[in-house]
Design a protein around this ligand. Sequence first.
Ligand code: AMP
Ligand code: ZN
Length: 498
Amino acid sequence: MKLYEQYPVFLTNSLTGKKEKLETQIPGFVGMYVCGPTVYNYVHLGNTRTFLSFDLIARYLRFLGYHVRYVRNITDVGHLVGDVDEGEDKIGKKARLEQLEPMEIVKRYTEDFHTVMRQFNILPPNIEPTATAHIIEQINIVKKLIDLGLAYEVNGSVYFDVKKYNQSHHYGILSGRNIEELMESGRDLDSQDEKREKIDFALWKKASPEHIMRWPSPWGEGFPGWHIECTVMSTKYLGETFDIHGGGMDLKFPHHECEIAQATAANGKPPVRYWVHSNMLTVNGQKMSKSLGNSFLPSELFSGNHKLLEKGYSPMTVRFFMLQSHYSSTLDFSNEALNAAEKGFKKLNNALTLIKSLHLQKTAVNTETEKVLLQQADNCFQNMSDDFNTAKTLAVLFEMASQINSWAAAKQLNVSEPVFEKFKFTYVAMMEEVLGLKEETGGNNELLAGTVNVLINLRKKARTDKNFALSDKIRDDLKAIGIQLKDGKDGEMSYEIE
Ligand code: AMP
Ligand code: ZN
């Protein structure tokens, strides 16, 4: 039996608002598309949270035994400033300001994006298509939509006819927006608009003379609209209907709503079975964003070199910080939260190093302990299969880490070998493969564990000799450098790194 049959995944589908069982189109295979970055600037920590959320989903599905084809695009044209249909291309604007070619901008920020992804141990997707490499496919789908009578050309630009689409389909199905209200609210804003209705959106835009990124098309020289890119790149590599489409919550409307409309209109069926939206990273309750000036770069977070930061944090501490909340909840950034995350991650990391190198002497098997440990291992899977609940999984890993510390202190194994192996496998795999929390060695932790054990033994000896001054000194000096000794049952001692 495959792990995904043993632990079926339930995920919240934004389309229905319900937690649903994942039934993939082809048993054992998952096709997943996630909207990638628009590469016109350095990625900030907020962007990173979204990609981390979907990295986790891809990792867990793979771990359960699914063959996952994960497609995450790079938007390198067509995303206009303000996410609207008029105005400058984000990449074109940056190129103008920096006096560079747009493709130089694209290269620079794609490289930066990849570096940041590696730093956070976010695995690359299986396919990473770019919008500029799919112009022909985009022109073809626009032609098809015109032929179907669901798109119209005006002055070299082509727009999707939302009102017409809505006669036989439901525009607003994902976001819950009401089309009548949308049409009313926008009516008087821009009388110059060449669109039939304000709510219509661009599929293809005519390039003005100064616009550098341009391609020939049946409607003259122009460039594709932002929404159509994702429809083309997702369906080209995953099929007209695929399993999971992800993205940040802020893309639900209009971006994803438009994707549903275009694809449904062109292919006669809805493109996606499960829509998954991850929530925002906030600062003092406000979405982190470049335009609000409350964003910072991962490199600033690592070095601590930013006015909002008290000090620097390691990439895995930040990853841990993000995993502590569910992907669908907002996560507020603060120095306190990061300090707490640093302590928490250290605990788990230390237990990870320990369990890889434990040499334990076998002793009488405690069947009660065995039961608890097997339950913990099972709980990790149950929690992850319940809408990828990393917060709950981490809580179980903390319990497991305490067990690892007690074993290390006692140097004795009170459970059978198969139970220990299952426990160890689950702890290591959940940490490294599923949560992607790489072991951070910060010096040599194995050596550290050995050294602390030498000191623990010296302290025991001092106590037996009634040399309490020395035993206290060992305890206090270790505490001063952040290592806390803990007295356990039967005079056993363990330690925790604070
Ligand atoms: P962009 O490059 O602006 O298209 O954004 C790339 C991705 O980052 C999108 O999927 C957004 O949903 C996501 N994003 C932007 N700001 C935040 C934030 N503060 N928290 C989480 N995700 C964000
Ligand atoms: Zn997209």
